[in-house]
Each structure stands twice: as structure tokens, then as C-alpha cells.
Design a protein around this ligand. Sequence first.
Ligand SMILES: [Zn+2]
Length: 254
Amino acid sequence: MDRKECEEDVLENKDHSFDFYRKIGARALLSRRPSGNAGHNGGAEWGFHRMTSSLPLGFVGQLGVPVEDEQVTVLHEYWHSLQHSFIQTTSRGNGQKYVPGERTRDSLLGPVWFGEGSAVAMAEITHAQLRASGELSAWGDGEWEWQSLEKRMSQKMSEVQASRNKCPAMANIEYSSQCIQSMGYSAGAWAVIFLLSEFSQDILLTEFHPVVEEKTWEGAFIHTFGMSSSEFYEKFDDFLELSLDDQLKLLSRY
Ligand SMILES: [Zn+2]
């Protein structure tokens, strides 16, 4: 980038600029209503991860947001940087859309449910484990009590159950979809927990991501999990029909 391009990007880029994130924090403080956003916003063409965040209200002790909220966000974005670190191509693809068989960065990250769902699931699981082992201390400083992994995942499951009959199938959710939160992030997180249930917790790092660029997303999926994504969608639909108690059993290993 030259200076002019950089200034345009920093100030005028509507969705991912520094100014976009700055305004979120400013508005939250002004309205006294907690709000935040963060993202892994490229950088591959320069050889680094460009991470951006609005004011982390929990870290700065504002508006009663628990520190834990921010810790989970950091782990979530860090998972995106791990996903990206296995991809060498700098070809971006077309508008954050997953195209089966394509080897652009966007397509190698997979469908939104997978890219976001694995970031949510790995952040939640890792956060709970780091707290249990004492590596992350429990702050207890928020205005609301920090919930257990079981409770947080139960909440996500109720979002999924409330919207899955009204929304497009998880496989077809895009960032612009109205159902992105429930059917992208929350259903995706449960899908990844279900997917991991018969494998080691590290399977994405040890088996999936190392071959994704060579085999494409679908190829890496079949290589790692021994089934196609369409076969998986059917199994996951059956899983969603189970009782919450049965679904939560998958969390006992963490
Ligand atoms: Zn994300």
C-alpha cells in the first residue's frame, strides 16, 4: 500500500477499518450499552495477521463486561490466525464466499459454519480448560456471572433450535445472512463439537489444516473425518433431534 491507499483503508473501509472498530467502542461508551466486535482482517499479502478490535470493554473495566468475554474473543480470533497460517495462497476469492473445490483463501477456510464454528468451539473449550487448570484466573468482576461451558453451549443450542426451522440450512449460511449468528456461529460451534467427538481435540491442527491447501476444504474434510460434508450434515441433523442432556454429554471430555 502507498500512504494514500493506507489512509483510505484505515478510514473509509466500511466493514473492517480501524475507524469502523473505533466507532463501535465510542458508541458503546456514549450510550452506556456494551457492544464490541473484532476480526482477523487479512494481512496475508504482507506476511502477517491483521487483527482488529473495538475497545475491549472487559479489559478496560467498562460497562460491567466480564474480562472473560474478552479472553474468549482473543482465543476466537487467534483460532482464525491458526486457520490462516496453514494457507499460503494470497488469492482472496470472491467476497468471503465458500466455493467448493476452489483454492482461494476464502474457499480454503470452508463454509462459514466451519470457519466460525471451529473458532467459537475451540475458544470456548480452550477457555474453560485454561480456567479449570488455573492458567487463566477467574476475575469475577463482571456485572453478570461468567457461565460454565455447559451453560454457554446450552444457550447456543437453544438459539439453534429456535431458528433452524426458519433459517436456511447451516451449509448455505453466508456472512450476509440474517441467520448468521444462530446458524453460522452457534450451529457451527455445535457441529464442530459433534465432529470432534470421535477424534482428538487437536485433530483440526494435526490432520485437517495441514492438508487443506493441497486437498481443498472438502478433500481435507473427507481425509480427516472419513465422510463427505453432505454425509456429515445428515448426521448433524439427527444430532440436533436429541435431547439437550444427550447433546451436552459431548462436553464431558473437556
Ligand atoms: Zn470469527
